[in-house]
Design a protein around this ligand. Structure first.
Ligand SMILES: *[C@@H]1O[C@H](CO)[C@@H](O)[C@H](O)[C@H]1NC(C)=O
Ligand SMILES: *[C@@H]1O[C@H](CO)[C@@H](O)[C@H](O)[C@H]1NC(C)=O
Ligand SMILES: *[C@@H]1O[C@H](CO)[C@@H](O)[C@H](O)[C@H]1NC(C)=O
Length: 400
């Protein structure tokens, strides 16, 4: 009897142990694997956080855009800065680009952020998706609507240009599109619903009037985004990409449709990466800012300026690509403005601060409420202690 009793004790102990182990494993499993995060491709599967649409002016009658050109993001902390002073080199990485973006968002509190390409520097990015998450992180955290186009370096990592644009358009608060919307493709029909247009990232975004105003339910400002391509070989010569006739054709049609709806001439702004040859050719008038380097553009002249001038609605174009040009200049009555290099892994000039551009549109005060856009201004900020503001100017003003 004595023996048996101690046997039973051992058995009970064993059983308790087994129950303990099984329940611990179950708990671990529940905590780590099932709940609360599903892991897909090392990323937590989440539902896209959508930006409230349509975008609209604030009730104080303003709409502010932050242009970020050429972040050139690599892998983050391990990716070193280029063209900084020797004394700055050891403590400088992609994280400085991240901090600059955080500071600009905090100070300017923009309504929308436009990334004009070379968002990631493909050849330094081990995984394009990881780099995109890191590069856009401050915007995703701030919950500000944003859109991007591609430069010539984004696709040099693990994603094609089409994959990049699809991915970017699925990120939180992104309102980027890989293709134009059907409604903006007037000639599309059931048999031809995917528009035949060159490139990925050609689309337009409308900004509606102030809430409660007479124009609360209609667009008062239009933003065009264009894919200016990457590289190309033309007649055996290596050159940059360019905006193709199919894209210009789309632009003309959208512009025409917009102006049929709004005959009093609402302004549009355009965003793309690679400058057009017309900028290199000139003449450019009223340059404000710095023209420090040769305009690196395609040798193919596709008639972009001519098209934009003939459309009449585009008042200013915002580009990147040449990091040490940050000027606005008047070309055929349209302002062409460089953002100026933003990212620390992009080339620059040591001691010449990285910079960003801000665009502010203000509405006209009518008798009872805000009406259409009255004035569009721009300025830039240096990434210095004070985020110094420079080169403020007026880009467009509605004639009385
Ligand atoms: C996944 O979610 C966890 C917990 O919310 C978080 O700590 C982690 O950073 C997330 N991972 C990614 C890649 O977002
Ligand atoms: C990069 O960030 C670090 C940490 O904030 C700072 O000490 C350093 O001065 C920054 N470098 C440049 C070139 O801005
Ligand atoms: C705009 O639409 C809302 C909701 O449909 C409506 O209540 C409001 O009266 C409209 N405003 C104007 C100016 O048309």
């Amino acid at each position: 009897m004595k023996m048996e009793s101690s046997n039973i004790k051992t058995w009970i102990q064993c059983l308790i142990y087994i129950i303990l182990i099984v329940s611990s494993l179950h708990l671990l499993h529940t905590l780590l694997i099932i709940n609360p995060k599903l892991t897909v491709d090392h990323q937590n599967a989440t539902i896209k956080k959508v930006a409230p649409l349509p975008m609209r002016f604030r009730s104080d009658g303003t709409f502010k855009i932050l242009q970020v050109a050429d972040m050139h993001y690599g892998n983050g902390e391990m990716t070193r800065c280029r063209d900084v002073l020797d004394s700055e080199f050891n403590y400088c990485s992609d994280l400085n680009t991240t901090r600059f973006l955080q500071k600009m968002i905090q100070l300017e509190n923009p309504d929308f952020i436009a990334f004009t390409g070379d968002n990631i520097f493909g050849s330094s990015a081990t995984d394009a998706a990881e780099s995109l998450f890191k590069a856009f992180d401050p915007v995703l955290k701030a919950g500000i609507p944003w859109a991007a186009v591609l430069g010539n370096h984004d696709q040099e990592s693990t994603m094609t240009r089409e994959e990049l644009m699809s991915f970017i358009s699925l990120m939180d608060y992104s309102i980027s599109q890989t293709f134009p919307s059907d409604e903006d493709f007037p000639n599309s029909n059931k048999h031809n619903s995917v528009p035949k247009i060159d490139g990925f990232g050609n689309y337009n975004l409308k900004v509606w009037g102030a809430p409660g105003s007479n124009l609360a339910n209609s667009s008062v400002l239009n933003l065009y985004f264009l894919d200016s391509g990457d590289r190309a070989v033309v007649d055996g010569v290596r050159t940059y990409g360019w905006i193709k006739e199919s894209q210009l054709d789309w632009l003309r049609r959208v512009s025409q449709k917009l102006q049929e709806q709004k005959p009093d001439g609402d302004p549009s702004l355009a965003f793309f990466h690679i400058p057009i040859p017309e900028i290199r050719q000139g003449p450019i008038y009223n340059i404000i800012g710095q023209y420090r380097e040769y305009v690196a553009c395609s040798i193919v002249h596709s008639g972009v300026l001519k098209t934009l001038v003939s459309m009449k609605d585009v008042k200013a174009v915002f580009i990147g690509h040449d990091h040490t040009n940050d000027f606005c200049g008047d070309l055929g009555g349209i302002w062409f403005c460089y953002g100026g290099g933003f990212g620390y892994h992009g080339y620059g000039v040591a001691g010449w601060s990285r910079r960003a551009r801000v665009i502010l549109a203000e509405l006209e005060k009518g008798e009872q409420s805000w009406t259409g856009v009255k004035i569009i201004k721009t300025w830039k900020r240096h990434d210095d202690e004070m985020l110094s503001k420079i080169d403020e100017q007026i880009l467009w003003e509605r004639r009385p």
